[in-house]
Design a protein around this ligand. Structure first.
Ligand code: 2BA
Ligand code: 2BA
Length: 109
């Protein structure tokens, strides 16, 4: 078995959730925060058989799109001074950042 960890944008999370159910994948959704933008994103944990990994990746690819996001400057008062960016910058946030890990054991007690 493999564990797929997929970080996706909040806007895509409901669509991806439904698509995973439609394709008979089991998943857990976690609310997460991107380290760079410091805004919310969604992390999916998907445990699946090795032979279904490619299909899961395809479902993720089909349901998540990349978008440009303007990052407004944030005052260092509100956060840490070392991450302060004094001007707005545009970053392309990818459709999904995906990790595939081997699962040593799977239990469902
Ligand atoms: P849920 O996805 O909300 O699923 C709750 C229960 O609904 C499941 O209990 C299972 O009995 C049933 N269920 C889920 N998907 C189904 C499907 N496609 N067809 C038929 N029945 C289905 P559990 O299996 O004990 O799972 C409890 C929770 O553990 C799940 O909540 C999910 O958050 C997580 N989970 C289970 N298997 C997972 C996996 N392979 N990968 C990631 N998370 C998993
Ligand atoms: P964030 O960390 O909020 O990053 C959002 C977007 O900002 C990134 O999109 C990237 O285009 C840009 N970015 C991030 N760090 C940067 C840096 N040091 N310099 C310049 N631009 C930077 P994605 O790469 O598509 O990542 C989307 C989200 O996926 C990330 O949100 C983070 O939550 C997660 N992620 C990406 N790579 C990761 C990794 N290697 N490990 C863990 N999580 C990761």
């Amino acid at each position: 078995m493999k564990l797929i960890i997929a970080v996706v944008q909040d806007q895509d999370s409901n669509r991806l959730s439904s698509a995973l159910v439609d394709h008979n994948f089991r998943a857990t959704k976690l609310a997460s925060t991107g380290g760079f933008l410091k805004s919310g994103n969604t992390t999916f944990l998907i445990g699946t058989e090795d032979i279904r990994v490619e299909k899961a990746l395809q479902v993720i690819k089909d349901n998540c799109q990349s978008r440009d996001q303007l990052v407004a400057p944030v005052s260092p008062m509100g956060g840490s001074a070392d991450s302060y960016v004094p001007y707005p910058v545009e970053v392309e946030v990818g459709g999904a950042t995906v990790f595939v890990l081997p699962i040593e054991q799977f239990h469902n007690f």
